[in-house]
Design a protein around this ligand. Structure first.
Ligand code: SF4
Length: 338
């Protein structure tokens, strides 16, 4: 962790295992390791991009951090008014009070908004629930929020179906902003949108971050989006973070073979620049029955005997550059200009 920066959030050895039940008596016969001993931190005012293939546990991790689903084990340390609280230890009432400081923007602007509620009700609800404002004061604050996210205040009484996908995502963002949070988990917030609208929403999120000093955990499967918005990037594979570094460092100088393979798939606009695309063989590991040792070893072209036997240690190989690979210091991997 960088010495001069303060982490707002620190996740330590976080696990979320879902039981696999079988038979009439629903006997537990195993566990799906959706989040498996994850360590990461997010500095105040920055965006940490969380990237990985779909199904790797990114969304589960984001929800565990906000305790929208209960983690199985581990610690989630959140700095609030210069005190560090462990979110995993909060009782129901303390968690409810803490939630106004940590909000979520959801992937699908079509299903994440209640179709029976008007914009006023949707954006105003967190203000009422958190005892921040009600009645006319609430309405005034909703008007401000709606303007901030670029919507028309005349449309407060409209229902979500009357808006386009991009406008609905703006409503979702206004709702997340309503209780004046410090931290936002944005879960694939642009992946359901057209490319032109994606850029507008990404720019809006960046403007809001600067204006309100927000800290983001930005989840996406799309490395181009991650590169555009993130100060640092964490790469996830089958429930584990395998690499984390500053964006430019991770793109130019990857240390994990999985990161190298993901980067090799990014299209380069200049046809004169040739680059080898690494096509991963084999299937993504099954989180209910992961391989021994390094989970990536059946697909890794650099794997050696030790990789199937021992789990690689999560360690800092350069200042602020963390990786879990036995050969991180030796491999010369191919990056891309960020
Ligand atoms: Fe590949 Fe071995 Fe490194 Fe895993 S530990 S990424 S299998 S080289």
């Amino acid at each position: 962790m960088e010495k001069d920066k303060k982490p707002l959030l620190e996740v330590k050895s976080l696990k979320k295992y879902f039981p696999v039940e079988k038979g009439f008596w629903r006997k537990v016969v195993g566990y799906v390791r959706a989040v498996d001993k994850v360590n990461l931190y997010v500095n105040e005012g920055e965006t940490l991009g969380l990237v990985g293939e779909s199904g790797c546990g990114k969304t589960t991790l984001g929800r565990c951090i906000l305790r929208a689903i209960e983690p199985t084990e581990g610690n989630i340390l959140f700095r609030l008014n210069d005190k560090v609280i462990d979110i995993t230890k909060l009782d129901k009432e303390s968690l409810r009070r803490m939630r106004r400081h940590a909000q979520m923007i959801f992937q699908d602007p079509y299903s994440s908004l209640d179709p029976r509620m008007t914009v006023l009700d949707i954006v105003g609800e967190p203000l009422v629930v958190n005892n921040i404002a009600k009645g006319e004061e609430m309405e005034e604050r909703v008007k401000d929020l709606v303007k901030i996210v670029g919507l028309n205040v005349k449309h407060l009484k409209r229902y979500p179906h009357a808006f386009s996908g991009g406008q609905r995502q703006r409503i979702g963002i206004a709702r997340a902003l309503a209780p004046n949070p410090k931290f936002i988990v944005a879960d694939e917030p642009v992946s359901a949108l057209d490319v032109s609208v994606q850029a507008q929403i990404l720019n809006l999120l960046q403007d809001l971050q600067a204006e309100f000093k927000l800290t983001y955990l930005f989840i996406s499967h799309d490395l181009s989006v991650i590169e555009h918005i993130s100060d640092r990037v964490a790469v996830m594979y089958v429930g584990k973070i395998v690499e984390m570094a500053e964006t430019e460092e991770l793109f130019l100088n990857p240390k994990h073979p999985y990161t190298e393979a993901l980067l090799s798939a990014i299209p380069i606009p200049d046809p004169r620049l040739r680059r080898e695309r690494i096509v991963l063989s084999g299937e993504v590991a099954n989180p209910a029955n992961p391989p021994s040792g390094c989970y990536f070893h059946p697909r890794c072209k650099y794997a050696k005997d030790i990789c199937a036997k021992e789990e690689p240690e999560w360690r800092e190989v350069n200042p602020g550059h963390f990786v879990a690979c036995h050969f991180a210091e030796e491999l010369k991997l191919q990056g891309v200009p960020a």
